[in-house]
Design a protein around this ligand. Structure first.
Ligand SMILES: NC(=O)c1ccc[n+]([C@@H]2O[C@H](COP(=O)([O-])OP(=O)(O)OC[C@H]3O[C@@H](n4cnc5c(N)ncnc54)[C@H](OP(=O)(O)O)[C@@H]3O)[C@@H](O)[C@H]2O)c1
Length: 295
């Protein structure tokens, strides 16, 4: 069976992905800046150092590295950290490629927020232009580095939507106000929120590996109006949903440019990945939320 190195494997996606890959019989190593543990390969991408052990075993690299986009307000320094932690680390991994003599496939993470804001009913497809805002331009630079692997190895890049997981990410942020009975649509509530269940994302990554898919794919189950997502969450948590909309201005004041994560509208198609034979186990927001709340 193949051996996989997950860069950023200690994060939200990496944890579930490594469990799934282990279950499917892969040997998994995590590339991390954290203290060494069994199964970890230590690196420091800023100092450009990496621990040399086990690199000859690696057949597949999955790169999930990046400072968390929604964690801190986007000051100039933070924007630089968000960009550098993706672009410079991917560049460094590419520079290291000859240290992986048995590498045969590469998967790079990317973001679905790469298109211009879209609420016009026509979903964006992978060949559409990048948008002009900070996130879209970050994705453009990030994907350019990921695609440099494609000169040497088959490479897939997944434009990941908001990952729905019970242990963290967007769902836990939305759950708190709903739990207190003050869940409500955010902003107009009509903006489309792209999402994917963690299980489907991890299955999609293994589907790419198993079919050696090449190219860029939108990793999105659906794009639902924010008010629909909040209402579905409240219904499944048996909480009321009657509060007025939270005005967009409040988010703009609290989060500045980062408020686009809440107020921006993304409508992206998943036709391309489905045309490769991939099927979603959680295609609707109701099924995804129901499953995650049962954990
Ligand atoms: N979760 C989502 O909703 C979502 C949506 C769209 C795209 N994505 C993308 O998918 C990838 C995985 O997401 P995730 O939610 O699993 O991310 P996460 O939980 O924030 O984990 C990312 C990992 O990247 C590593 N990392 C962070 N900053 C770094 C830096 N400056 N230099 C080197 N390594 C750094 C960390 O590993 P160590 O500390 O162990 O080194 C961390 O565990 C990310 O690239 C993210 O942007 C996620």
């Amino acid at each position: 069976m193949k051996t996989v190195l997950i860069a950023g494997g200690t994060g939200l996606v990496g944890k579930t992905l490594s469990t799934l890959l282990n279950q499917k019989g892969y040997k998994v190593y995590k590339l991390t800046r954290k203290a060494k543990k069994r199964g970890h390969i230590y690196w420091n991408p800023i100092l450009q150092t990496i621990e040399g052990r086990n690199m000859d075993k690696i057949n597949i690299i999955i790169n999930l590295v990046g400072e968390n986009i929604g964690e801190k307000k986007w000051t100039d320094d933070r924007k630089k950290a968000l960009l550098d932690s993706r672009v410079d680390t991917t560049k460094y991994l590419f520079k290291l490629r000859n240290n992986f003599p048995n590498l045969e496939y590469y998967v790079g993470a990317s973001g679905i927020n790469c298109y211009d804001s879209n609420n016009n009913g026509i979903p964006n497809v992978e060949t559409d232009d990048y948008g002009t805002d900070f996130l879209a331009q970050l994705v453009k630079s990030w994907e350019k580095e990921s695609n440099s692997f494609n000169q040497y190895y088959p490479t897939a890049v997944l434009r990941i939507a908001s990952v729905m997981d019970y242990r963290g990410g967007v769902l836990s942020k939305m759950k708190t106000p709903v739990w207190f009975g003050i869940g409500s649509p955010l902003g107009s509530g009509n903006q489309l929120m792209p999402w994917i269940h963690i299980h489907d994302l991890c299955e999609m990554i293994t589907h790419c590996i198993e079919h050696k898919l090449i190219g860029t794919y939108n990793a999105v189950a659906a794009c639902d109006a924010n008010q629909e997502v909040m209402k579905t969450l409240a219904k499944n948590m048996n909480r009321p949903f009657f509060m007025p909309k939270v005005p967009a201005k409040i988010f703009q004041w609290l989060y500045g440019e980062m408020s686009i994560l809440i107020l921006g509208s993304t409508n992206a198609s998943n036709d391309k990945i489905r045309s490769t034979g991939f099927t979603f186990q959680y295609p609707t927001i109701n099924e995804a939320i129901k499953d995650l709340l049962s954990n």
